[in-house]
Design a protein around this ligand. Structure first.
Ligand SMILES: Cc1cc2nc3c(=O)[nH]c(=O)nc-3n(C[C@H](O)[C@H](O)[C@H](O)COP(=O)(O)OP(=O)(O)OC[C@H]3O[C@@H](n4cnc5c(N)ncnc54)[C@H](O)[C@@H]3O)c2cc1C
Length: 424
């Protein structure tokens, strides 16, 4: 292990510098195999263990260097191609992802298929060497800046819903694709609807085999949960998004770090707004710290935060030992969304009438209000709270599985109907 750290350290000393462009830095990291050290040699990695990869991340952090590219393609797409892709697909995409030249999005959810993803209705029909795609996806984060998407589409409606689905790597820049941003209640628009009208995907961009995409989708979701659970943190300073459309590749890494420090400062202020320590300070500022009900709720949050920290350490230890995510990821996700909701309710109650203000007029620049508008997403993204409870019930407590009366029926007999836009 010490050898890996020493080799990474020596490499960083002679390769990292603030005057490099992001493209140059990420290119060097990928070519040398330090971008994603657990990926195979020649594809941006060195085939190292997760524990060794973490050591490399610590070296990058200690040097204050920019982290390897982060995005859904890097978090889920790369590992999925390594696990299920052909050699040609590995050659085509892995190094491009590792070097941050590409940004990918996740084309899974649809208006009628979220928790029950296997009910998806976007169709792909084969026409010689290509597939023709029609339908709609929704809640697609980052679709406007994505070069490709991980697409699951129905290819055999006569099979049961989990069986007639195929997984594609889909090119976003083509005439049959329309991306419409969705405005969020916090003012941002990171989500999108994506409409496909006779869009085309070459047959050699099928991952796994035709009608066998469910297995590939499930492994994508496992990498997503692992990424959200923090088991794969790359290490280094987060700065700039991958892909040409994010506009950061030709900027100097030194400048990007400065920009990043400002936005990370704002994000950190919002994140700490969820902590029991920040809320105790807020109670002090508003003269509410002796209120017995507020004290009780603060202590409840404090205890849950501590449980969350220990649970997170357990998840990281499992990832370091090379184990796939287990139930600790579901319990961790549940505690974190519960803490978010408690922080929202308690902070706005402590602020009293000031809780109704927004922006700079509100206490502490409105960070509690902004946090309150965002926390709800934590209990939906990556599997809702109810779905996490189902997982815990079935896999940890050994309760009977939910009845699934439609599991063996042909999909054609289950779904009739049109797809509606959520904008309407
Ligand atoms: C921040 C964020 C980012 C996202 N990014 C993406 C993305 O990039 N790509 C993408 O494809 N999707 C994305 N999503 C969508 C996300 O995957 C879905 O919102 C999620 O899977 C839930 O699906 P749904 O919204 O259709 O709700 P539904 O599945 O319709 O659920 C509605 C309600 O019913 C409950 N429910 C459903 N089934 C059960 C059950 N079996 N038992 C008990 N209760 C149940 C749910 O818990 C929920 O309360 C994102 C969502 C968020 C919030």
């Amino acid at each position: 292990m010490a050898e890996v750290s020493a080799a990474a350290q020596a490499w960083v000393e002679s390769n990292w510098g603030p005057d490099l462009t992001l493209r140059e830095w990420w290119g060097r990291l990928a070519e040398a195999g330090w971008a994603f050290p657990a990926w195979p040699k020649g594809y941006g990695g060195q085939g190292l263990s997760p524990a060794e990869a973490r050591e490399v991340g610590e070296v990058l952090s200690a040097a204050g260097a920019v982290a390897p590219p982060g995005g859904l393609g890097q978090m889920m797409g790369g590992p999925v191609i390594i696990e299920h892709g052909t050699d040609d697909q590995k050659d085509r995409w892995l190094l491009a992802l590792a070097a941050g030249r590409e940004s990918w999005c996740q084309l899974f959810s649809e208006p009628g298929a979220g928790s029950d993803l296997a009910s998806l209705q976007t169709r792909a029909v084969r026409d010689g060497d290509v597939w023709i795609v029609n339908g709609q996806k929704v809640w697609t984060s980052g679709a406007r800046t994505a070069d490709r998407g991980m697409l699951v589409a129905r290819t055999d409606p006569d099979s049961p819903k989990h069986k007639g689905v195929t997984y594609f790597i889909f090119d976003m820049d083509q005439p049959g694709v329309e991306v419409r941003p969705l405005k969020q209640m916090d003012g941002g628009a990171t989500f999108n609807e994506v409409f496909f009208t006779d869009a085309v995907v070459p047959h050699d961009q099928v991952v796994g085999s035709v009608n066998n995409g469910w297995m590939v989708a499930v492994s994508t979701l496992a990498y997503e949960r692992q990424g959200i659970g923090g088991g794969r943190g790359a290490g280094g300073v987060m700065a700039g998004g991958p892909g040409e459309k994010n506009g950061a590749l030709d900027r100097k890494v030194g400048e990007l770090i400065q920009d990043g420090q400002r936005t990370q400062g704002e994000q950190a202020a919002m994140m700490t707004a969820q902590s029991s320590g920040a809320l105790a300070d807020l109670a002090r500022t508003f003269g509410r710290r002796d209120d017995p009900v507020i004290r009780q709720r603060l202590m409840r949050m404090r205890i849950q935060s501590e449980t969350h920290r220990v649970n997170g350490a357990r998840a990281r230890a499992a990832a370091q030992a090379g184990r796939m995510p287990g139930p600790e990821v579901s319990t961790g996700k549940l505690i974190s969304s519960s803490l978010g909701r408690q922080a929202r309710d308690l902070s706005l109650e402590i602020e009293g009438p000031h809780g109704m203000l927004v922006g700079p007029d509100a206490p502490e620049g409105g960070r509690y209000q902004q946090m309150g508008l965002r926390v709800q997403s934590g209990s939906i993204a990556g599997g809702t709270d109810e779905i996490q409870r189902n997982i815990i019930g079935e896999r940890v407590l050994g309760l009977p599985r939910e009845p699934q009366v439609d599991r063996e029926l042909p999909f054609r007999d289950l779904k009739v109907g049109t797809q509606k836009s959520t904008n309407q």
